[in-house]
Design a protein around this ligand. Structure first.
Ligand code: GDP
Ligand code: MG
Length: 579
């Protein structure tokens, strides 16, 4: 940092790396409603804010030094701020635990540095001379800006809310301000300096290597040497042996201020910080410490996004599991037989299964025509058509019902599995219809089954056309009858014997008819094609059903590509700093 020109280029590269990283961090949505969601969003905002602070520190190395007065309740922060300003600008003593608007005081010529969103962008600014305590029901965080000629140019002081405030909004605001500080001025009292509340923050300052000075207040003059020595020991124990320590003994307070002569050492030290060299030194220490902490922060974010991704994939796996199972179940129910109504099946069996019919069909091809005539004569063409239609309707209804039921079952299974995690529950809540098959499913499955039956009819007709010897019989009415016979056999698992050998199962009237009409090999192939076709149609519909679930997960799941981008941006920063 000797010659500004020499420093300019690395600084520009560093800023570019930080800007890229900051954008990537700020863009992490953490939309999956995991148990950790709120913490993760908070981490993201904190890291993004820190990065913005680092960018500001590098870009504006000569900006006024931002000194944040932090610490426990009643430690004298507000009293000291009033003392520095020379008038009663903030209220002292117990404050209501409502959302607190912190006050930033700076020299009038420095105010422009703080009116913009260069630092602490999340806080809206209010410029008023009177103290703003309660910022209203929305609780939106406000930073009160005060210009005072009594502070030297180059120094800005912020009176932060108490870190042990009963209101969590105040504690969070205090953290936010401390994160934005170039230097912490930590206030603690003779009675509280060893408290965990206070020590936790001092540890944080040490870890982050934030420039730090500690102010020990409300100690009686007589106790001062002993308390001071004890506190120095505690600071050393916490790894802060070099922390600058000021003490302010108990004294009479007038108009919310310390009397002249008390706290002078601290006052003049602070005034000297306004010097450009001192400013740079403190700012740079905080910057370097902050930059050192970035890889760890990014690592935490990467872990968080990685875990979110993992959880999203588990939700996806629940979907796959349930719908794959539905596919298997449908195939199995086709193999095992669906619950057709007995009466239709019986009537059809009686229709095709008379011993006379079977006997006739065993006869030569020429007699088949007579058999058909006999069938028609027995049943009457109207009745025969009607029965054949009933079979088709019955099969369609049964297949449709089975498909709908399995689709419902898959949806319920996913919703049940999802109810085990908050992320899953919130997805189900977003889309209340997910617990059962989609509203359009019934119409689509009805169409699909109709198309399948049509396809089977086409298959039967084509087999008939190829089968020269019986070409004349396997046509028209018989073709329809054969179609129905096959549909029935398939739905009723009457063709299960097809794989084992049709002849073995040929005792069944329907099957016997089919073998006679189409031939064993044709029948086997036809049934296999028809089955594949139906399974495909069902699986296509299930894919749409499945997509409803995948879509809601995809909406909130992190993009794996962003994970890589985040890691790359983090590594790019490390490379720029190392190079
Ligand atoms: N007697 C006495 N009271 C003090 C001293 N410093 C602070 N106080 C009082 O302690 C209370 C809390 O001080 P305040 O500045 O509001 O502390 P803050 O909560 O850290 O902002 C106020 O009533 C102050 O008047 C001091 O040196 N002597
Ligand atoms: Mg106060």
């Amino acid at each position: 940092m000797t010659a500004p020109d020499a420093a300019a280029e690395p600084a520009a590269a560093l800023v570019a790396a930080l800007v890229a990283l900051q954008r990537r961090v700020a863009a992490i949505p953490f939309d999956l409603a995991t148990v950790e969601q709120a913490d993760r969003r908070q981490l993201r905002d904190r890291v993004a804010g820190d990065l913005a602070g680092h960018i500001a520190r590098i870009r504006d190395i000569d900006a006024p030094l931002l000194v944040v007065l932090g610490g426990v309740t009643g430690a004298g922060k507000s009293t000291f701020l009033n003392t520095m300003v020379g008038r009663d600008v903030v209220a002292t003593g117990p404050v209501r635990p409502t959302t607190y608007a912190p006050t930033l005081v700076c020299h009038p010529t420095d105010a422009d540095w703080f009116t913009s969103d260069r630092v602490m962008a999340e806080l809206s600014r209010v410029e008023t001379d009177s103290d703003v305590r309660d910022v209203g029901p929305t609780g939106a965080a406000v930073l009160r800006l005060l210009r005072s000629g009594t502070l030297p140019p180059g120094l800005a002081l912020v009176d932060a809310p108490d870190v042990d405030s009963v209101a969590s909004a105040n504690r969070e605001l205090a953290d936010q301000l401390l994160d934005a500080a170039d230097l912490w001025l930590w206030f603690t009292t003779g009675g509280k300096y060893a408290d965990e509340d206070s020590m936790r923050y001092l540890r944080r300052a040490r870890t982050r290597r934030t420039s730090l000075a500690v102010v020990l207040t409300l100690v009686h003059r007589i106790d001062l040497p002993e308390v001071r020595a004890d506190f120095i020991g505690k600071l050393a124990d916490e790894g802060l042996p070099d922390a600058r320590l000021f003490t302010i003994h108990v004294t009479a307070i007038r108009a919310g201020r310390l009397p002249v002569g008390v706290g002078d050492e601290l006052r003049s030290w602070l005034r000297r910080l306004a010097d450009p060299e001192a400013r740079r030194a403190h700012r740079n220490q905080t910057l370097q410490g902050g930059l050192d902490a970035v890889p760890d922060d990014i690592g935490q974010l990467i872990d968080a996004v990685g875990d979110e991704l993992h959880q999203a994939r588990r939700l996806m796996a629940d979907v796959d599991h349930a719908y794959n199972r539905a596919e298997e179940d449908f195939a199995a129910s086709l193999a095992d037989g669906m619950p057709l109504r007995g009466e239709v099946v019986d009537r059809w069996d009686r229709f095709v299964g008379g011993s006379r019919v079977l006997k006739l069909t065993e006869a030569a091809t020429g007699q088949a025509r007579a058999w058909i005539r006999g069938l028609l004569a027995n049943a009457g063409i109207g009745d025969e058509r009607r029965l054949e239609q009933q079979v088709r309707v019955e099969v369609a209804g049964t297949v449709t019902a089975t498909a709908s039921q399995l689709s419902d079952l898959a949806a319920t299974t996913v919703v049940d599995a999802w109810s085990a995690t908050p992320a899953g529950r919130s997805l189900t809540a977003r889309e209340p219809g997910l617990g059962h098959r989609s509203s359009g499913f019934d119409e689509r499955i009805t169409g699909a089954v109709r198309d399948w039956q049509q396809h089977v009819a086409t298959l039967v007709a084509s087999v008939g056309a190829e089968r020269r010897s019986q070409a004349r019989v396997v046509s028209g009415v018989v073709s329809l009858a054969a179609t129905s016979a096959i549909l029935l056999a398939m739905a009723h698992a009457g063709i299960t014997g097809a794989e084992a050998g049709i002849a073995a199962a040929a005792g069944a009237a329907n099957q016997g008819l089919l073998v006679k009409l189409l031939g064993e090999a044709n029948l086997r192939k036809l049934v296999s094609d028809a089955r594949t076709d139906l399974l495909q149609r069902f699986n296509d519909l299930l894919a749409d059903e499945r997509r409803r679930f995948i879509a809601v997960v995809a909406e909130v799941a992190p993009d794996p590509g962003h994970l890589d981008e985040l890691a790359d941006a983090g590594e790019a920063l490390v490379a720029v700093r190392g190079g």
